[in-house]
Design a protein. Structure first.
Length: 279
């Protein structure tokens, strides 16, 4: 994919992985829109992107919204795509975490994480998909985590949300493929961002030990993997070798299963079309 003049919407684009991805894409000639809650960080990021812009016609927009609320998500996408800027790519990077032993985690933590990580992702997809369907093209990239395919001690709340993002994205990919819309999922390992700094004091020792077995990446490294993944229309974006090895270990024959599903779906669609012609 050539990003020149493409409109990329990045949720959570004011920090960490989302912000690093925004920086890369503005340098590739894209129009970049970012969504997050804190206005100050949005303004700071917009100024940073402005300075990196290669062409004066590249548009940068920042919109404050809490994506866990459907109305705010809908309004944000509507505002950012008005005036002849339909979305070409949506990257869902907004997310939060809070590790701890299951019995110590307040129920509200589970609800809040699901609201932001899962429902936030769902809301922005819901708002963008009709616009992409109208044009018969688009790419959606949802941020899961290694904790979205591997249960990691201390992350009962977080893992549940990231497995949910993966399951949701797998089905969305199948359903949107006939409409020319491609869906990818990213599975970053620990990445040096404000989120990683936030969770550090809450991490049980067991979690620390598990995290210690894999290399921590920079946000720029993950952003590069995301951009490459979009260009190659990868389904699963696994940013480094460690992550690929973990994934192979956990999911052995996932590719074959996906191929069988795609084949079965294609057969069923053909059957449906034949039925429709016959009746
Ligand atoms: N860092 C890691 O080790 C790691 C590893 C695997 C996966 N991930 C995933 O990668 C994604 C990016 O993480 P990161 O490390 O870059 O985090 P980060 O630096 O903390 O950035 C998170 C972004 O999401 C926004 N956000 C949070 N809640 C929101 C809400 N309710 N509505 C709208 N925006 C919201 C934040 O801005 P506001 O707070 O201003 O809203 C911020 O822009 C997340 O989904 C995360 O779970 C991270």
């Amino acid at each position: 994919m050539n990003f020149d003049q493409q409109h990329v919407i990045i949720t959570g684009g004011s920090s960490g992985i989302g912000r690093a991805t925004a920086r890369l894409l503005i340098q590739r000639g894209a129009h970049v829109s970012i969504i997050a809650r804190r206005q100050e960080l949005l303004d700071e990021t917009a100024a940073e992107l402005q300075a990196l812009r290669g062409q004066p016609e590249q548009r940068i927009r920042a919109h404050a919204a809490d994506l866990s609320a459907w109305e705010q998500a809908r309004e944000a996408i509507a505002a950012l795509t008005a005036d002849g800027f339909p979305p070409d790519v949506l990257i869902n990077s907004a997310g939060i975490t809070h590790p701890g032993y299951f019995e110590h985690l307040d129920l509200d933590v589970f609800r809040r994480l699901m609201d932001v990580n899962f429902f936030g992702t769902l809301h922005s997809c819901r708002a963008v998909v009709p616009l992409m369907m109208e044009r018969g093209r688009g790419q959606i990239v949802n941020l899961s985590s290694v904790a979205g395919f591997l249960g990691v001690f201390g992350y009962t709340a977080y893992c549940a949300t990231k497995f949910a993002v993966r399951g949701f994205s797998d089905v969305l990919r199948q359903e949107l493929k006939p409409h020319g819309i491609h869906v990818s999922v990213v599975f970053p390992p620990d990445t040096d961002t404000p989120q990683l700094q936030y969770e550090d004091p809450f991490k049980p020792l067991e979690t620390r030990r598990i995290s210690g077995t894999a290399k921590t990446l920079t946000a720029d490294q993950v952003a590069q993997a995301i951009v490459r993944g979009i260009e190659r229309r990868q389904v699963y974006i696994l940013p480094n070798l460690d992550t690929r090895l973990y994934f192979m270990l956990v999911n052995g024959f996932t590719g074959l299963a996906r191929w069988i599903l795609d084949w079965t779906i294609a057969q069923a669609r053909r059957e449906r079309e034949l039925d429709a012609k016959g009746s």
